[in-house]
Design a protein around this ligand. Structure first.
Ligand SMILES: [Zn+2]
Length: 482
């Protein structure tokens, strides 16, 4: 069968993967190192080479980034100094008080042990696997981060600056506009929650939903942040204008561990903010999913979301769902958590989805997610440190084999001492992704973002241009302007 043999040889030649030869000593930026895909295979030999490649690789979006957990504690110290605060080494917080046991910022920075204790308490620097529980350590950090009196603009600027450095096209941050004028109107409403009559519960808020004063104050808050961040970073065009080299969207987060009253008001306010300004693109629910209150209130929270989603004309929702393992939750919390978050909570995207394998009719669920385009926001670093899930215990490859779209995301990059580049580095090293794989993931992040259609089209075109520029830079020496 000579014809068949010829064909097979030809196919083998055409399909040959240009893997880096073991004796190839060229760096990936060498003039003769081949196509971008061939250079990527060279970069995969070591983590530093992969960092150098992936830091500038265009990333469509980070779709799962809590602004509260994205800040680095290093800058918290700077803010405390600027704000004239002292440090309380017992409470491990900054304070305006002058108590005898507090120290100045100079004293804090001069005391290596005290400085180490601070950093270890407020970030995952203090997590020592096998001696400290990552889950506990992670969630306690948040109670320490707010004491330095940083402004919202300072926090957002830090996050935008870092992501711009990593060629991230769009940031969909979990942060919510909080203009006093709008919020105070919601808090002044006299009402009671009746879970059996949600329309009656909502009635006292109805006048606020389309109130022009509420809408105007939300828009003014967003305009102000955009202007301040743009000035701080010298963005031209400024944030929010066509062609700005990074875009920013806001997602309101509701606490799943608080009271149902707080959850309801928070949801009504967030949906109102989405109606007021299309820079508020979605809603999420946050806090440990394994907390007893999260488990007990899940039914009620899905009921509230189902009702309000219809009332507000079906806006975009993404939900943390299945950030669970048997170590932290009974199996009954895992057999329908993701499915119900999609079917009842109307999640267009799922955050984490770690417990998917425990879902009833997992095949049907994965088929549904692939068919309906329910993307999973994958948080490799976070899952490893909080849940102890990594490598082949993570469902990343299961989702991809089932055709479910995925996006690599950071979750809490500051607390985790990570960033989006490192999420790509870890995914590539652990799951042997090729250049086409990471381009698909990067594009899907933007495609499944909650950006309004016109803006999304514009950002998608910018991402393709960024790929072209990046690939051209690879073959022309990979030098970068200082
Ligand atoms: Zn999260």
């Amino acid at each position: 069968m000579p014809v068949v043999r010829t064909t097979l040889v030809a196919c083998a030649f055409l399909l040959a993967v240009p893997a880096a030869a073991a004796d190839d000593d060229r760096p990936f930026w060498h003039p003769d190192a081949g196509t971008p895909a061939e250079r990527f295979e060279l970069a995969k030999r070591t983590e530093p080479e992969l960092v150098a490649f992936l830091r500038r690789f265009p990333k469509g979006a980070d779709l799962h980034n809590h602004a509260g957990g994205a800040i680095y504690s290093d800058y918290v110290i700077d803010a405390a100094r600027v704000n004239g605060l002292r440090y309380d080494p017992v409470a491990r917080r900054f304070t305006a008080g002058e108590e005898a046991h507090t120290v100045s910022l100079d004293e804090l920075e001069a005391d290596a042990a005290m400085l180490k204790a601070f950093f270890e308490t407020v970030s995952m620097r203090g997590w020592y696997p096998n001696t400290d529980d990552g889950h506990y350590h992670f969630f306690q950090t948040f109670s320490y981060l707010g004491s330095a009196q940083r402004t919202e603009t300072q926090r957002l600027t830090e996050i935008v600056r870092r992501n711009r450095y990593q060629n991230v096209n769009y940031l969909e941050l979990m942060a919510l506009p909080t203009p006093t004028e709008a919020l105070s109107r919601f808090y002044r409403v006299s009402w009671t929650l009746d879970l059996d009559d949600l329309a009656a519960s909502l009635a006292p808020f109805e006048p606020l939903i389309d109130d022009p004063v509420v809408h105007a104050s939300i828009t003014a808050w967003l305009d102000e942040r955009a202007a301040e961040i743009s000035t701080e970073l010298g963005l031209s065009p400024p944030l929010g204008e066509p062609g700005s080299d990074i875009a920013l969207g806001y997602i309101g987060s509701l606490l799943r561990t608080g009271t149902m009253e707080r959850f309801f008001v928070g949801a009504v306010y967030t949906f109102t903010a989405m109606r007021a300004d299309d820079r508020v693109v979605g809603l999420n629910i946050v806090a440990p999913e394994d907390h007893p209150a999260s488990r007990r209130q899940f039914d009620d929270q899905m009921r509230v979301l189902d009702f309000l989603w219809e009332r507000f004309d079906r806006p975009a929702i993404t939900l943390h769902a299945g950030e669970l393992t048997l170590r932290y939750a009974p199996v009954a919390s895992m057999w329908d958590r993701i499915r119900r978050s999609i079917d009842e909570g109307h999640a267009r995207r799922i955050g984490h989805g770690i417990s998917v394998a425990w879902e009833r009719d997992v095949v049907g669920l994965l088929e549904q997610m692939a068919r309906d385009g329910v993307l999973v926001e994958i948080n490799i670093t976070s899952n490893e440190s909080i849940l102890g899930v990594r490598d082949d215990r993570h469902p990343f490859e299961m989702y991809r084999r089932a055709g479910v779209p995925v996006c690599l995301t950071t979750d809490d990059e500051g607390v985790s001492r990570s960033n989006l580049t490192m999420e790509y580095v870890k995914a590539v090293m652990r799951y042997d992704l090729g250049y086409d794989d990471i381009k698909t993931i990067s594009r899907d992040c933007l495609e499944y973002s909650f950006l309004p259609g016109g803006v999304k089209g514009e950002r998608m075109a910018m991402l393709e241009t960024a790929f072209t520029d990046f690939e051209a830079s690879l073959v022309s020496g990979y030098r970068e302007h200082q």
